[in-house]
Design a protein around this ligand. Structure first.
Ligand SMILES: N[C@@H](CCC(=O)N[C@@H](CS)C(=O)NCC(=O)O)C(=O)O
Length: 231
C-alpha cells in the first residue's frame, strides 16, 4: 500500500476524527493526515463531504467516505488481514452498534450540553451524563464478558466509539470540578479507560488533557456570541 492511497481529513482535537485513525492503526495501514484549519473548511473537505461538510473524511484512492462510524466499519471491511474491529457474531455486532449510537446520540449530546448550561439545566445534563455512564458500566460487563475491552481481548467498535470521547470527558471533569469516571460507581470503566488510552493504536492519537483543555478554552471564547454549533 503506498502511503498517499489513504488520507484522513481531520483535526487533532476532534473525537470523531480519532475513530478512523485508531481503526487504521489497528489495521497497520499507513495514511496521510490532512489537518483542516480551525474555523475554516478546505476545498477538499467541501468536495469530499458536500452533504455535512464535516470531518472526518477518509479518502481511499479517489473515493471519499464520510461519518466516523461508517468509516470505521469500512476500514474493517476493506483491510480484512488486520485484527477484526466488529465482532463476528451478528448479535454481538448489533449490541455494539446499539451502544455506539447511544454514546453519540444521547450520552455525548448531554456532555456537550454541559458546556454552556447553568443552574437547573446544568444539573439535569450532569445527571444524564452520570446515568449514561452507569448504563455503559453495565454494558461493559456484558459486552466484555470479563475481558479487557468491550470488544473482548482487543479494541472493537464500541471501544472506538466511546473511547474517542475520553479526552473530552477528562476536560469536562476539570472544567466542572466533578469526577465522572469514578472508582466507586464505574470501576469497570475506570480500568477500561486506562487500558484503552495505553493501547498502541490509541496512544499516538489521544490528545493530552492539558492541550485539549487549552483548546476548549479557545473554542469557548470563539463560541461566545456566535450561534450554537449544529452538532
Ligand atoms: N456524525 C459525525 C460528526 C462529525 C463532527 O461533528 N465533526 C465536527 C468536528 S468534531 C465538525 O466537522 N464540525 C464542523 C461543523 O459542524 O461545521 C461523525 O461521526 O463523523
Amino acid at each position: 500500500m503506498v502511503k498517499n492511497d489513504v488520507k484522513v481529513l481531520g483535526a487533532w482535537p476532534s473525537p470523531y476524527v480519532m475513530r478512523p485513525r485508531i481503526a487504521l492503526n489497528i489495521k497497520s495501514v499507513n495514511y496521510e493526515f490532512l489537518e483542516e484549519t480551525f474555523g475554516s473548511k478546505s476545498e477538499l473537505l467541501l468536495q469530499s463531504n458536500p452533504v455535512h461538510k464535516k470531518i472526518p473524511v477518509l479518502i481511499h484512492g479517489d473515493k471519499p467516505i464520510c461519518e466516523s462510524m461508517i468509516i470505521v466499519e469500512y476500514i474493517d471491511e476493506v483491510w480484512t488481514s488486520g485484527p477484526s474491529i466488529l465482532p463476528s457474531d451478528p448479535y454481538d455486532r448489533a449490541i455494539q452498534r446499539f451502544w455506539a449510537a447511544y454514546v453519540d446520540e444521547k450520552w455525548f449530546a448531554a456532555m456537550k450540553g454541559l458546556r454552556s448550561a447553568q443552574g437547573e439545566e446544568r444539573k439535569a445534563f450532569l445527571d444524564q451524563v452520570t446515568e449514561g455512564l452507569a448504563l455503559l458500566e453495565e454494558a461493559f460487563g456484558k459486552c466484555s464478558k470479563g475481558k479487557a475491552f468491550f470488544g473482548g481481548d482487543r479494541i472493537g467498535l464500541l471501544d472506538i466509539a466511546f473511547g474517542s470521547f475520553l479526552g473530552w470527558l477528562k476536560v469536562t471533569e476539570k472544567l466542572n470540578g466533578v469526577k465522572l469516571l469514578d472508582e466507586a460507581k464505574t470501576p469497570g470503566l475506570v480500568k477500561w479507560a486506562e487500558r484503552f488510552c495505553a493501547d498502541a493504536a490509541v496512544k499516538s492519537v489521544m490528545p493530552e488533557t492539558e492541550k485539549l483543555l487549552e483548546f476548549s478554552k479557545v473554542l469557548a471564547a470563539k463560541m461566545k456570541g456566535a450561534p450554537p454549533p449544529k452538532n
